[in-house]
Design a protein around this ligand. Sequence first.
Ligand code: PAF
Length: 276
Amino acid sequence: MKVICSIEEFRRERAATPGSLGLVPTMGYLHEGHLSLVRRARAENAVSAVWIFVNATQFNEAADFAHYPRDEARDCRMLEQERVDLLFMPPPQEIYPPGFGTYVTVEGVTERLEGEFRPEHFLGVATVVTKFFNIMQPTCAYFGQKDAQQVLVIKKMVADLNIPVEVVVCPTVREPDGLAMSSRNVNLSPRQRHAALALYRALCLAQEQWARGNKDGEAIRRAMTALIQGEPLARIDYVSVAHPETLQELDRIEGGALVSLAVHIGRTRLIDNVVL
Ligand code: PAF
């Protein structure tokens, strides 16, 4: 695996490496979810690449950015084992040099859910993804379904700006007890880790109700909310049963729905979702 820290060197390397490039965008502190994307990128492309960059512009709170887990040495070992070809790990000033002042705004799908609770979050995501796509010129980019709204935002951005990248969405990877894998899980104490299962239990409840023929979006939201409120360590940002493309909340589920939630467990904010 070649570890590259400058844009210039990455461009040189890419020019010398022919064939399709499968890219996995990350902020590091890798887990099995990331590795499932890496394996798919390797299997489907001539060259595999990962970026690791903890992107300050997508964090709303300085404390959240400061607490974001980091371990570059461990990440490198994991990617070596997966036989990734290129690892791009630029320092912040390479991506945001002094005087940087251009941002990418995606309208519509950014406004609800995460956009409501984390203003500017998707501005930071869309900007950094555009920059890395421009630098790395991937053929395909692999994202996890766990960040369902992020996937919608990036798909819209790629379509609207005619960026020649295929966005590939891969299933959420879960721990054996159902907790969605996330770099943030490491910040949970054992008691909080147990409490965090309320998210998965609420999503399972939505799936059960849907399977039993309940199409009342508001009733499903209420049942999920009550379940999570039964967990004293949990504080809800949102519980949503929404149209899978527009993210408009649904009173009645006709064609399908994205059921998603964001819940604080102590100081850790977790998100998860299922598609009905
Ligand atoms: O999903 C993430 O880890 C980040 O939002 C991304 C896409 C790497 C942009 O910083």
